[in-house]
Design a protein around this ligand. Structure first.
Ligand SMILES: [Zn+2]
Ligand SMILES: [Zn+2]
Ligand SMILES: [Zn+2]
Length: 107
């Protein structure tokens, strides 16, 4: 089972009624384990993660969302869908990419 980057931290607040969104690049992936099959349970996010500029944005990387986010069957069975809001909160992929770029230039 592939995992998100270990540095990524999820929000884990009490989810509201809004289903998270995924961008073109992240679409179809389970928000927990990146599985591309058996998307089962809509991934609900907390009100804060759907607030203002976050609204409609990909909950994994912050790009413009194009599809609903889901948990796969495996994560649903493991009740990962009950762990709270799955939005990645520490850094967006864009920022991570920037850090990577900087590191690359330094080396
Ligand atoms: Zn994305
Ligand atoms: Zn999963
Ligand atoms: Zn949240």
């Amino acid at each position: 089972m592939s995992r998100h980057h270990p540095d990524l931290v999820m929000c884990r607040k009490q989810p509201g009624i809004v289903t998270g969104r995924l961008c073109e690049r992240c679409e179809g992936k389970c928000v927990i384990c990146d599985s591309l099959v058996s998307q089962t349970t809509p991934a609900r996010i907390c009100d804060e993660c759907n607030y203002g500029s976050f609204q409609g944005k990909c909950i994994v990387c912050g790009n413009q969302g194009v599809a609903d986010a889901y948990y796969c069957i495996e994560c649903t069975i493991l009740e990962k869908d009950r762990d709270g809001c799955p939005k990645i909160v520490n850094v967006g992929t864009a920022k991570i990419d920037l850090v990577y770029e900087k590191k690359k230039y330094k080396r």
